[in-house]
Design a protein around this ligand. Structure first.
Ligand code: SF4
Ligand code: MG
Length: 334
């Protein structure tokens, strides 16, 4: 089967302007700057990196919710930025977002039933109020809430329950693709695991495909089939989950992973930590050559001048953007 989603050389640049009435563009924030990946139906891609690396913007662009500067996003072969009116409505139903903050994204003056049934009303779901009420009860049951809770308001729920309400709303229209943007990041660790398990159960039951965005590599580990690591608007490494966690190849992935504490205190004490030095540079003026070179413990002279492309490593299931993994360059600089 063809991939459900194909992202090809995606770039999202926001102009930076100066001046009053006569604005002139003085630069661009290159939030996303050449991102490519594909997603198979039923798969979960974890998208990780420090805040400001372009994860959320990539998620929005995938849903057609951000203007794009370059490249293409195809959903089942169709360019999401060139859909007809009817196709756009259909795409809006089939691709949904679950946000980080269930507090901010749920209207405090609406009951759970009104919140969860809102997409059904917006998309003219057939049947009147009784049909919608029955569907809301089904949806609450699916996300592990009692249908009797439908008449309550968001403030009457805990953070984890509110996120379940947000998920019920996101699956109301039977989507195929859900972008989860830091969907569990604001929750307590014990609640995070429950909500991640809910996402995984729903995936099995409903055949969902996920892009699971988080700044924390530990959060995406359990749920992802593959993981892409972003740095300053680019993917620097993408690999099957176990390959990435067991044997990270990019120095940035290695640094992010070494920052995650290990439960076993003996292992923890003996572990080599890769410390990231320096601040994250500005996306307005990304460093020359490899964007990671000012912070990289392995930087070579070539890293300051040549931008390493994301290229397949080995069998091609993993790709890495680093000169250390380019045999020609490593030989030349040995
Ligand atoms: Fe480090 Fe050079 Fe690899 Fe960039 S290309 S990650 S600076 S070794
Ligand atoms: Mg974000």
């Amino acid at each position: 089967a063809p991939p459900i989603l194909e992202v090809d050389d995606l770039a999202v640049h926001f102009p930076v302007t100066k001046g009053g009435f006569f604005q002139r563009q003085v630069g661009a924030i290159k939030a996303v700057d050449g991102v490519s990946f594909t997603l198979r139906k039923g798969e979960t891609l974890g998208l990780v990196g420090e805040s400001g690396c372009g994860k959320s913007t990539t998620g929005l662009a995938v849903l057609g919710l951000s203007p794009i500067t370059r490249g293409r996003v195809r959903f089942e072969g169709h360019d999401v930025n060139h859909l007809s009116g009817a196709e756009t409505l259909r795409f809006r139903r089939r691709a949904q977002m679950v946000y980080q903050d269930p507090y901010g994204s749920l209207n405090p003056r609406m009951t759970v039933e009104e919140i969860v049934s809102e997409p059904l009303r917006i998309h003219n779901h057939p049947g009147g109020a009784p049909v919608r009420r029955k569907r809301v009860a089904e949806l609450l049951d699916l996300v592990g809430l009692l249908p009797a809770m439908a008449q309550r308001y968001p403030h009457e729920f805990s953070g984890g329950q509110r996120q379940r309400i947000g998920i019920a709303r996101a699956i109301a229209l039977e989507p195929d693709l859900i972008v989860c943007d830091e969907s569990v990041s604001a929750l307590d660790v014990s609640i995070q695991a429950q909500v991640v398990n809910l996402f995984m159960d729903l995936q099995k039951q409903l055949g969902l495909t996920y892009i699971f965005i988080a700044h924390d590599l530990a959060v995406v580990r359990h749920i992802s089939n593959r993981v892409a690591v972003m740095y300053l608007g680019r993917i620097v490494e993408i690999a099957d989950r176990d390959d990435l966690y067991d044997d990270p190849k990019h120095p940035y992935t290695q640094a992010l992973l070494s920052a995650i504490p290990v439960a076993d205190p003996v292992v923890e004490a003996s572990r080599a930590r890769v410390k990231l030095t320096g601040e994250v540079p500005s996306v307005m003026k990304p460093p020359s050559g490899c964007r990671f070179h000012p912070r990289c413990p392995h930087a070579m002279p070539v890293c300051k001048t040549q931008d390493p492309p994301l290229r397949p490593l080995g069998a091609g299931l993993r790709s890495v953007a680093c000169h250390l993994h380019d045999p020609a360059i490593v030989k030349g600089h040995a």
